[in-house]
Ligand binder design. Structure first.
Ligand code: C5P
Length: 238
């Protein structure tokens, strides 16, 4: 008898150990309120309610004192809290992957998603999963650059205009197999990667760009909170 192929699972890994210094708020940005709930609640809800996601790991700063203040009990059946965040996003993800050892198998998919992207929808997630299910490398949601790009020169003046053709803005989720992602983030120089795809590229692979949606914004500055709240309230009304 031919042995059955092990089922490949999809895991979500949510780095949430940042301080959000660009936001200029004392409260780390993942806890800032959006429609009366902390931002991270909206992010976790998308993954915990998606039938294609087996388990959701959220990685917090070991000294995080805000998590306990919020009720995330609704996610108990899928959510696991890991208190092993690092000094950079790459370190946080690397530590989270290490904590998943023994739970995730080599070929399982890991979808890394910023806690600060609360406007992701099931439709975006479905699209990513469908596009990458049979891909050997994996990939990420991204959108083509729409604005004209200026390279800064001296005294705040434009040095030159960069051609924008072929340039994309990387979003998350970024979806890679557990084994490849672990190796990529353990490699020399990976600590400087600003996303998972960059670490995977450093191993010589070419991640797939999957067309995303501008609504999947990363909340970085105060003004992004207003936009995120509008997008979330529009989605709630549907
Ligand atoms: O700061 P930035 O917006 O790039 O952070 C993106 C995501 O990475 C956020 O969800 C943030 O909490 C997380 N992060 C982390 N550990 C760090 C820095 C950022 O988990 N040391």
């Amino acid at each position: 008898m031919i042995p059955a192929m092990p089922t490949t699972r999809n895991y979500a890994l949510i780095p949430a150990a940042g301080s959000g210094s660009r936001m200029g708020s004392v409260l780390p940005k993942q806890y800032l309120p959006l429609l009366g709930k902390p931002m991270i609640h909206h992010t976790l809800a998308v993954f915990c309610s998606h039938p294609g996601i087996s388990r959701v790991y959220v990685v917090l700063d070991p000294d995080d004192t805000d998590w306990e203040r919020h009720d995330c009990g609704a996610f108990d059946d899928k959510l696991e809290v890991l208190r092993c965040g690092g000094a950079t996003r790459a370190a946080t993800v690397k530590n989270g992957l290490a904590a998943m050892a023994g739970k995730a198998h080599e070929r399982d998919w890991v979808l890394v998603h910023d806690a600060a992207r609360p406007c992701l929808t099931h439709a975006m997630l479905d699209h990513l999963l469908a596009e990458l299910r049979d891909d050997e490398v994996g990939g990420l949601l991204a959108v083509p650059v729409a604005d004209t790009l200026k390279r800064e020169g001296a005294d705040g003046r434009v040095d030159h205009t960069e051609p924008r053709s072929g340039l994309w803005r990387a979003q998350t989720p970024q979806m890679f197999r557990y084994d490849l992602l672990r190796r990529a983030l353990q490699a020399d120089g990976a600590a400087a990667s600003t996303d998972e795809a960059q670490a995977v590229e450093s191993l010589g692979h070419a991640p797939r760009l999957v067309m995303g949606d501008g609504h999947n914004l990363k909340v970085t500055y105060q003004e992004d909170l207003v936009i995120a709240e509008l997008l979330l309230s529009k989605a709630e009304k549907k």
